[in-house]
Ligand binder design. Structure first.
Ligand code: ANZ
Ligand code: ZN
Length: 834
């Protein structure tokens, strides 16, 4: 028999599928629709193993749904804007567009060689005007609906690169490229009003029952709804007040200071008048703006000398400090500090020797226990006058009630979610379609002038955004008064691009972002698959964008992704040389119990198995593996070794095992066709496998479908020739088709089946064959297990009794005597009493 030749077969079937447009999704089809989507890749250069795993999973589901008779939309595109292209431009002097488009060409080619069932006719790249032009139109729709605002906000400013940095680009307070100390700066920026949707986005999580709980919880925490009290401290000199927000009104008698943000108007006014305050404010503003950064930075405070009056005790004065850990854009930019019950306040009070007073305890008896660390839990109020003895929640409600009655504060629901700042001072992104005019302000670019195309003639030899220097592009007349005006040079955050690409996949007319009716044919995405690193931002932004479109009447879908699956990573061994540098697993070899560097013979330490990454030099390029073993072996391995939500450890042994399986199936196919007669046991096994494989794919438990197919293959190999054996091979080919499609097509043709297996139906199972019709019956003598019988299910009592008494073991025990009594439980047990 011939060996299966993956190289030839991969090419042959990939060409056939393409020629016959097998995976083209027809929006007008009357069939039930299924939308399967994997998070689209960033075109960084080449496909990596993580992509292969992710897309293989989606592909199996898409192919399976197709065989089930559904019209499947399974598209692919490119999240093509972003920083790496600009870095490449600066480092290698290539234009970001050239770099990106070349990467797309390479990666498209690589994906095609894995044989994914993708509708390439819907391919899109977010960096092309025929995508981002529509995004600009949607941005203007949201602008017109009042869902876009411009406001001042604090950003991370890199004074050397002269650019704004995202929080992730600030490492230990320094710019990731320049290494310069980052400053906090106020800049006017564009925001999308995601906070208008905070409650809806929170509520909607309840309906997402096909999402992992952990992702829903992460989103819930990110939205961060809390109930609290907003109230005013009167300045002791009666010149005004300071408004604060607290989630713990019950701790109000534990206050030992009031702290305001360095950006608070009072701090700014003081700084303008006093150099010592100005100096402190400048220092406090150094460092990043991310919550993590602020939490871990050393607490810095400045006592302003100002005092406020406690709202529940007019004789009680509290000092007002400026503190670096108070955020300007959260709550009111001011808080009251309770060192006994808040960690940051505890650090602060310890450093600046402010009073630490317990006002919450497990019970009243613990009221005078010393506080050694912040106790942030709930309990009962102590040392709190009229609140003493009340549970924390009751005490909080009581304080809110008094504040509202007396008029010094109001109960308030607060969300941690901030409006989404979408301005990026970068070139390689969607131009924000706004023109700034001295007289008219921010004017939307007229619709007939969209897209605002990103100019390609730019240079990157100076730091900063080249659009700021491109006067030919930037300077335009005001669309409303014709006076000289200038284009907005900020571009949109790339998360905007990925917030609606799944809608554009579903419907892509030329003249508008999407056709509502067509998009609704497909949406919501039935199954979305991607990395858990997108559990918060991308998924939240896409949910927001979808709801915003719903609110402005452009789309009748509330939640974009019905099912979400977050797959594990692909991992590999790591090795380090004596100097700590990473070595690739291909550069080392085993030497007894140790590892050595092949080239130098120097000893090597083997590290942990970790996520494949360039920095640890433990990546494996899929391309040579594909060339050597074929697409099906790679796909099969990606699905086989681990549950899909867990990490998969790369091993060449695993790939070889998968390649051997491909050949085993091929051998069965070649030896098929001459069998006669029945093999009921094999037929039963087959039908159980049909059910098992289908259920496993539905449940995205691909490793289980693989295991079931291994079992079936072994059973067929062991069975003697029969008509059932031949039939089982034909069915096996359909069952492996979603996972090993090239092998399946080749086999389908070799078996003489008509058409292609991609167009074949998923096999049906015969329910009657699923029922096990043999049972194991225990035989006891005086209550002790002595033997077991295999009997037909439902056998009569008399038959079971006769079988039991006739067994050799039991006959020996009876030794010719007659039992006193025999108790039979059908299908289960025969108990012989002597
Ligand atoms: C008094 C208090 C006592 C607080 C206590 C906490 C514990 P979440 O729950 O995250 O919403 N806070 C208020 N505004 C702030 C700002 N602009 N920057 C930093 N922190 C701010 O946080 C609400 C709590 O964070 C508020 O409740 C306030 O401190 C602080 F035992 O008030 B709390
Ligand atoms: Zn104007």
């Amino acid at each position: 028999t011939d060996r299966f030749d993956p190289a030839a077969s991969d090419r042959r079937w990939q060409e056939r599928w393409e020629a016959e447009e097998s995976f083209r999704a027809d929006s007008a089809s009357p069939k039930p629709k299924s939308y399967v989507l994997e998070m689209f890749p960033y075109p960084s250069g080449r496909i990596h193993m993580g992509h292969v795993r992710n897309y293989t999973m989606g592909d199996v589901l898409a192919r399976y749904r197709r065989m089930q008779g559904m019209e499947v939309l399974h598209p692919m595109g490119w999240d093509a804007f972003g920083m790496p292209a600009e870095n490449a431009a600066m480092e290698r002097k290539v234009h970001p567009g050239d770099w990106t488009r070349a990467n797309i060409a390479t990666m498209r080619d690589q994906l095609k060689r894995i044989g994914f069932a993708l509708d390439w006719s819907r391919e899109l790249a977010t960096c092309e005007p025929d995508y981002y032009g529509h995004e600009q139109a949607l941005f203007l729709d949201l602008f017109a609906a009042g869902l876009v605002t411009r406001k001042e906000s604090e950003v991370n400013w890199d004074p050397v690169d002269m650019t704004v940095l995202a929080n992730e680009q600030v490492i230990d307070g320094r710019g990731w490229r320049s290494g310069a100390l980052v400053e906090r700066r106020k800049l006017s920026q564009w925001f999308l009003k995601i906070t208008d949707f905070a409650e809806e986005l929170l509520d909607g999580l309840g309906s997402l029952d096909q999402w992992p709980d952990k992702v829903r919880l992460m989103q819930e925490n990110w939205i961060g709804k809390s109930r609290g009290l907003q109230f005013r401290f009167r300045l002791a000199d009666n010149s005004g007040d300071i408004e604060v927000f607290t989630t713990r009104p019950d701790t109000i008698f534990g206050a030992s200071f009031v702290a305001i943000s360095p950006g608070h108007p009072i701090a700014e006014a003081l700084a303008a008048a006093r150099p010592d305050v100005a100096e402190f404010v400048a220092k406090a503003r150094a460092g990043g703006t991310s919550a993590a950064e602020i939490e871990t930075a050393e607490k810095l405070g400045f006592d302003t000398g100002i005092e406020v009056v406690h709202p529940l005790d007019s004789g009680w004065r509290l000092p007002v400090w400026i503190a670096n850990f108070v955020l300007m854009d959260y709550g009111t930019g001011a808080l009251f500090g309770v060192p006994a019950h808040d960690e940051r306040d505890h650090d602060f009070a310890t450093k600046y020797r402010l009073p630490i007073r317990r006002v919450v305890a497990g019970d009243m008896a613990a009221a005078s226990d010393p506080v050694t660390a912040a106790e942030t839990g709930h309990g009962v109020a102590v040392n709190s006058r009229f609140l003493d003895g009340l549970a924390s929640a009751e005490a909080a409600a009581e304080v809110i009630r008094r504040a509202e009655t007396a008029g010094w504060g109001e109960g308030k629901t607060q969300y941690r979610l901030r409006d989404w700042g979408v301005s990026r001072q970068r070139y390689w992104g969607t131009p924000i379609p706004i023109i700034h005019c001295e007289a008219c302000g921010a004017v939307p670019v007229p619709r007939d002038q969209l897209p605002v195309v990103l100019p390609e003639d730019v240079s990157f030899d100076v730091p900063g955004n080249p659009l700021d220097r491109h006067d030919g592009w930037r300077l335009v007349p005001c669309p409303s008064c014709r006076a000289p005006a200038r284009r907005e040079t900020d571009t949109l955050d790339t998360f905007v691009d990925s917030s609606w690409y799944f809608i554009r996949f579903a419907s892509q007319p030329k003249d508008q972002p999407f056709d509502r009716a067509e998009a609704e044919q497909w949406l919501p995405v039935g199954q979305y698959i991607g990395g858990v690193e997108h559990a918060i931002l991308h998924l939240l932004y896409a949910r927001f964008w979808t709801r915003a479109l719903e609110r402005i009447g452009r789309l009748g879908v509330a939640e974009p992704f019905k099912g979400l699956f977050t797959q594990g990573m692909v991992t590999h061994e790591t090795y380090r040389a004596g100097d700590g540098s990473w070595l690739s697993p291909t550069e080392v070899r085993r030497d007894g119990d140790d590892w050595v560097h092949i080239e130098s013979g120097a000893p090597v330490t083997s590290g942990r198995v970790e996520k494949m990454s360039k920095s640890k030099r433990n990546t494996v390029d899929p391309e040579p593996i594909l060339a050597r073993y074929g697409a099906d072996a790679v796909r099969w391995f990606m699905l086989s070794d681990s549950p899909p939500e867990r990490d998969l450890e790369w091993s060449i042994g695993g790939i070889e095992g998968a390649a051997r399986f491909v050949q085993r199936v091929w051998r069965l196919v070649q030896a098929t066709g001459s069998g006669n007669g029945e093999d009921l046991a094999l037929r039963r096994k087959l039908h159980r496998t049909i059910v098992a494989v289908g259920e496993a794919i539905e449940g995205l438990q691909f490793n289980k479908s693989v295991a079931a197919l291994y079992e079936l293959t072994s059973a067929i190999e062991k069975a003697g020739p029969s008509a059932d054996r031949d039939a089982a091979v034909h069915t096996l080919v359909r069952l492996v088709a979603p996972m090993a499609p090239h092998l399946a097509e080749e086999a389908w043709a070799a078996l003489g089946e008509p058409g292609m297996v991609v167009d074949a139906e998923w096999p049906e199972h015969d329910h009657a064959l699923l029922v096990e019709n043999e049972v194991t019956v225990a035989v006891q003598v005086n209550g002790k297990l002595r033997d077991t019988l295999t009997a037909p299910r439902g056998a009569a009592r008399e038959d079971l009794q006769a079988m039991a008494l006739g067994s050799d073991k039991i006959a020996r025990l009876l030794d010719g005597g007659t039992p006193r009594k025999v108790i039979v439980v059908p299908d289960r047990l025969v108990n012989i009493v002597l």
